[in-house]
Design a protein around this ligand. Structure first.
Ligand code: DQA
Length: 151
């Protein structure tokens, strides 16, 4: 089963970017955590980051092909600022029907009001925020639990 961890714009700056908000761990640390956690459940883990909206759309489509053949465990998506702007990501999630967790490192509801609205939340299976980078591991734990309940 394939598991996708997709990170959007500016998440390549993790570790140096506003550490008081996002912590000191780098994207490489986060991806290593995801690989370790996902492999522990036997998933084939695909980690990608891009600052370009269309790349995220294309990876959701790629995951959608695995979903159609019954080989997708799920997607963890931190769309960064595109969360608050992107109808294209919403349409990609709806169009493929992929099981997806919307994730934010910070508690977006405790921040500026423009971060309170998500275009993608209505198409997500679950939404989580405020757990720091630990959230990625928790999200993968949750996806593994979905498998137990669906198989
Ligand atoms: C974020 C929150 C977004 O509002 C912000 O634009 C990000 C990161 C988070 O992980 O907390 O880039 O998604």
């Amino acid at each position: 089963l394939h598991l996708y961890v997709l990170n959007g714009p500016n998440l390549n700056l993790l570790g140096t970017r506003e550490p008081q908000v996002y912590g000191h761990q780098t994207l490489a640390d986060v991806e290593a955590l995801c690989q370790r956690t996902g492999r522990g459940y036997g998933f084939e883990v695909h980690c990608h980051q891009s600052n370009h909206e269309g790349d995220l759309v294309s990876w959701i489509h790629e995951a959608g092909l695995h979903h159609r053949s019954g080989h997708l465990a799920g997607i963890v998506l931190n769309a960064g600022a595109y969360t608050h702007t992107s109808v294209a990501l919403l349409d990609a999630i709806k169009g493929t029907g992929v099981p997806l967790i919307e994730l934010h490192i910070s508690n977006v509801h405790a921040r500026e009001s423009f971060r309170h609205h998500s275009y993608i939340a209505s198409a997500a299976k679950a939404v989580m925020c405020g757990f720091g980078v630990m959230g990625y591991g928790l999200a993968i734990d949750a996806i593994a639990r979905w498998q137990e309940t669906t198989t």
